[in-house]
Design a protein around this ligand. Structure first.
Ligand code: SF4
Length: 63
């Protein structure tokens, strides 16, 4: 599984960080940073919730 963040779409709203702080952090530049873009399967439920929470659909899970 891979997390893909469309950095040109992200508006730094921080919903993903609130849902899964181990994997997402909004930097001082107001754009999300993916802290671990190849997480283990055990994180799929949390990450799917974080991806769904992004208001501008900037996040996708692949695989
Ligand atoms: S929820 Fe979406 S817009 Fe907000 S920081 Fe995360 S990726 Fe960016």
């Amino acid at each position: 599984m891979k997390i893909v963040a469309a950095l040109d779409t992200c508006e730094g709203l921080g919903m993903c960080e609130a849902m899964a702080p181990d994997f997402f952090e909004v930097g001082d530049d107001g754009v999300v940073e993916v802290l671990d873009d190849s997480p283990g399967e055990e994180h799929r439920t949390d990450l799917a919730a974080a991806v769904d929470a992004c208001p501008v659909l900037a996040l996708t899970l692949q695989g």
